[in-house]
Structures are given as C-alpha cells and as structure tokens.
Design a protein around this ligand. Structure first.
Ligand code: UDP
Length: 383
C-alpha cells in the first residue's frame, strides 16, 4: 500500500513549523496529515534526549531556550507541557576572566576596571561609541561599534562572530548583532521576553505530545526525494526542508553555517556553574560550552557527573546539518530566484520554517508563522 493512500496533506519536516501545522490541521480541522522527516526523530534542531550515562537531558543541536513576547505562542506550547521558571543567563570568557553576556553594567565596569552607576555608564558607552563617528552602520562591525564602542566590540564580539560565521564582521549584516541587547544595569537575563522557560516534559516530550494524534501519521527516516515521484497530484504539500534542495540546487546552493558538537562527561556535580559559557577569543576554536543540567534545576540529576558539550562552528556541507542562513546580499538574491521558481513550478507547495524560508527564526517565530499559516489555510476553505 502506498504511504499516500488517502493522503491529502503532506508535511515535510517534523521540526517546529511542520509539527505545529500538523497538530493544528489534525486536532482543529480534523484533517489527516502525513508528516515525514529524514532524521530518526521529531523536533528538528530542538530535539533533546537523555544522556545514557548521566540521565541529563541533552539538546542534540545546541541549547534551545524557549522565550517569547507572544502570549498566543506561550499559551499554545503550554497546552502540551508545563514549563519551568528557568531564565537564561550567559557568561563569556575573555583573556582569563568571566563576564556576563549580553553586555551590561557588570561587564562594562569589570572590563574597564570602573564602578560606574547606570546613568554614568550610559554616558560613558555613548562617548566610547561616538569616537568612531558612525552615522549609519552598514555592517555588523559598524553596528556593534556604534552601540558599544570599539574596545568592548574587539573583546566580546569580534572574535566570537568571526568564529561563528567564518566571515569578517564587516561582511555580515548589522541585524545579526541587534539580537543581543546592550544594557547599563545589572539585569543578567539573556532575553527580555516576558515568557521564558524550559519544557518540563523536555523538548522530546513537547513534540511527542503535539504529534500524538490519530489523524497524524509520522514517518521518520524518510526522505522527501525518495517518495516525491509517487506524490498524488492533489496532495497539498507543506515543505520545511531547504528550498534549494527541493529544486535539486538547480540555481546553485544557498550558504549555511553548520556546527559540530563534542560531548564529554565530567565526574563533578557542576563544571561551569551555568548552562552556556561563551568563549569570546578568536584563538579558541569553539564558541561556547553547554552544560545542560542547569536548564532543569527542578530535576534531581545525580551530583556525581555532568555533561558538557563544546560547540564548534563549521562550514555547511552535504553531510552536516544546516543551522544558520548566511544573510549576505548574494544569498538573498539567490533565495529570491528560488522563490520565483517555487511560484512558477510548485504552486501547490508552501515553503516555511527556517530551512524553507532561509531565515534565522527563533522557535517562537516558527510557531507564530505556523499558527498564522494554519489560520489563513482555514480562511481559504481548508484542504
Ligand atoms: N555574539 C557575539 N558574542 C557573544 C554572543 C553573540 O559576538 O558572546 C554575536 C554573534 O555574531 C552571534 C550573534 O551575536 O552570531 C547572535 O547571538 P545569539 O546568541 O543570538 O546567537 P544564537 O544563540 O542564535 O546562536
């Protein structure tokens, strides 16, 4: 029997965007959905699993913190699991010292050896930034320097960014750095969002709950390209794989940054005292060290051992995973060509998610976009 028997709707990719769409179509609209993913698990890059030796839940593609400013997204995820009250705090190592990240009052004072008050720090940072006389920032370096001045940029941003992207910060868009707030107070939170936390059931639990529905058929380890020949003409497709791969790279390949992780079990209760420690220096080949036990203080993990994972950025090649789209003008132009091709040659296919739209999407944005798409599909009469 074909996997497409009675299939009116195929979702390619069981990451956030695909899973939310599947869940809504199945549970609200009662539509039978086939979800495929070529990996052996759901959850995309949010996937987590217990480390077999320590039982600590490890995020297999780097730390994913749930945070959102959108009430409807927070309510949506809370329907599947509760969340703990974890608020992300990141530190960064530079030349033998540890500083809070993003840059705030403690980092400014500690780096310059000062004891400024918030209003003084604001004026100080402004005068540091004005030294460069940048009127309109044209790239990441100019943007960072115009926000925090050159010394803090050179210490905490330049080396990290160069490692992360393998490009000089003058070749990168300014928008990347505006993801990080700059503060002149002692707020150590990484994110400003009102709703933050980690799923009590783990990311695997969250995705299992979303996809557990009689109307959803989930087939893991199945690649779209191996079944596309058999796809019925009237089957609606929602595709969250890479858009260039969908068209067999006929116009060329979009550039991605990838990551490699090295895991180590340490026989101590706590290795670094926080979930994420950034390594700002260009000379160290990794950008950050994850210690996942800190994400779930509510859990009774053993105090005999902990898991640490070092993150090494690398170029994307066919047998790695895609992580970050490289938003240069050349890649944006190629994306536009693929989108034109999609409109002309694949009108029955809706592209979305991080890979399908070639955007640096936070988890809550992927959920928001899937919820919005579901609403518009229903408004247009459903499937
Ligand atoms: N960044 C940096 N130093 C840091 C952390 C971040 O220079 O210690 C820059 C870097 O260019 C990075 C960007 O800020 O790509 C966005 O950081 P974020 O933590 O949002 O990246 P993500 O967690 O998505 O990898």
């Amino acid at each position: 029997m074909s996997i497409f028997e009675n299939c009116r709707c195929l979702i390619v990719g069981a990451g956030i965007w695909g899973s939310v769409l599947a869940e809504r179509l199945a549970s609200v609209a009662g539509i039978e959905v086939l979800v495929i993913d070529r990996r052996g698990h759901s959850g995309g890059n949010c996937h987590s699993a217990a480390d077999p030796e320590t039982g600590i839940e490890c995020h297999r593609y780097g730390t994913h913190i749930f945070h959102t400013k959108r009430r409807e997204v927070w309510d949506y995820v809370n329907a599947f699991t509760g969340f703990n009250t974890y608020r992300h705090k990141v530190l960064t190592e530079y030349k033998g010292k540890v500083y809070p990240m993003p840059i705030g009052l403690e980092t400014i004072n500690s780096y310059y050896g000062l004891k400024l008050k918030p209003f003084e720090a604001e004026a100080f940072i402004r005068s540091e930034a004005e030294k460069e006389g940048i009127v309109e920032a044209r790239n990441l370096e100019e943007k960072a320097v115009s926000l925090i001045g050159r010394p803090l940029y050179e210490a905490f941003i330049k080396g990290y960014t160069q490692k992360q992207w393998n490009k000089h910060p003058t070749e990168l868009p300014a928008a990347i750095i505006t993801r990080l707030p700059v503060r002149t107070n002692y707020n150590f939170d990484y994110f400003d969002d009102p709703w933050q936390g980690m799923p009590l059931a783990g990311y695997h639990g969250l995705f299992d709950a979303m996809l557990k529905n009689d109307k959803i058929s989930l087939r893991l380890g199945l690649d779209y390209k191996d079944i596309r020949q058999a796809l019925p003409a009237d089957c609606r497709v929602f595709y969250s794989g890479a858009i260039d791969e969908f068209f067999d790279y006929s116009l060329g390949a979009l550039e991605w940054r990838s990551l490699r992780f090295e895991e180590e079990v340490k026989q101590v209760a706590d290795f670094q005292g926080c979930a994420v420690m950034n390594q700002a220096e260009a000379e160290l080949p990794y950008t950050r060290t994850h210690e996942y036990r800190h994400l779930h203080p509510e859990r009774a993990y053993s105090d005999k051992a902990t898991v640490i994972v070092r993150e090494y950025p690398q170029d994307y090649s066919g047998n790695a995973e895609r992580y970050y789209p490289v938003n240069t003008p050349g890649n944006q132009a190629l994306l536009a060509q693929y989108q034109e091709l999609a409109a002309a040659k694949a009108p029955g296919v809706t592209f979305g998610g991080r890979l399908g739209s070639y955007r640096y999407l936070d988890m809550d944005m992927a959920i928001h976009e899937a919820l919005t798409l579901f609403a518009s599909v229903m408004e247009q009469g459903g499937i």
